[in-house]
Ligand binder design. Structure first.
Ligand code: FE2
Length: 218
């Protein structure tokens, strides 16, 4: 490794650390904005689970596939493929559906309609296949999902459900996955020119709006 290469690797490492702390803050802010489950009606609880399911069941693997297609480094490809393999092998969409079914919160047409616009915005963003912003967005998503699981589980319990495989699995495995996405990000940043912050965090902002839409339905 030449001294210039070492410098570049080190500066990507510190850039990744600052991106990670911004992503962590965005996650903290979202978590802090969640309504107290004890103050929600049964219908409000059902709505949150249903809108979350409407988004996650059919889009998570699709978006992670978008990340796979967009990246250029072998390291990022390998990490994202591990993630996709687990999603498909363990049938996470099926796990999601069982979770919603047991909580009597299968998404209706109205639930799908409620998230339509903000979901579409994230879909179009992923479709641009821009490696670094897409990986940042998926790291934010994984990080949020992992931290959101106890809240989602509590909503389901209050709906009378004991089916917690989805929340149990995602509360644990996503810790490693988030970390892996940040090291994939480092590998991708070594291949691309620096981006302005607005571009870097555009997907995070769109996804943040979608999650708010899921939680508060507006
Ligand atoms: Fe999953």
């Amino acid at each position: 490794m030449t001294p210039a290469t070492v410098d570049r690797l080190m500066s990507n490492e510190s850039k990744t650390a600052s991106i990670q702390s911004r992503v962590d803050r965005a996650i903290e802010d979202l978590l802090a904005s969640l309504p107290n489950p004890g103050h929600l009606s049964a219908d409000e609880r059902r709505g949150i689970i249903a809108r979350y399911t409407a988004v996650l069941e059919g889009n998570f693997i699709y978006w992670m596939t978008g990340a796979y297609i967009s990246v250029g480094s072998d390291e990022a490809r390998a990490k994202i493929m591990d993630n996709l393999r687990e999603e498909v092998r363990d049938c996470h969409p099926g796990m999601m559906r069982r979770f919603a079914l047991a909580a009597r919160a299968i998404p209706t047409d109205a639930d799908a309609q409620a998230v339509y616009r903000s979901l579409m915005d994230v879909r179009l963003f992923i479709g641009r296949l821009s490696a670094v912003p897409t990986v940042v967005t998926m790291a934010f998503f994984e990080g949020f999902i992992q931290r959101f699981m106890p809240y989602l589980a509590e909503l389901a319990q209050r709906q009378g459900s004991a089916e917690m495989e989805y929340t149990d699995v995602h509360g644990i495995c996503d810790v490693t996955r988030t970390q892996e996405l940040f090291s994939a990000l480092e590998a991708e940043m070594a291949l691309t020119e620096p981006l302005p912050a607005t571009e870097m965090f555009e997907g995070v902002e769109l996804l943040r709006r979608l999650i708010q839409n899921i939680v508060v339905n507006n």
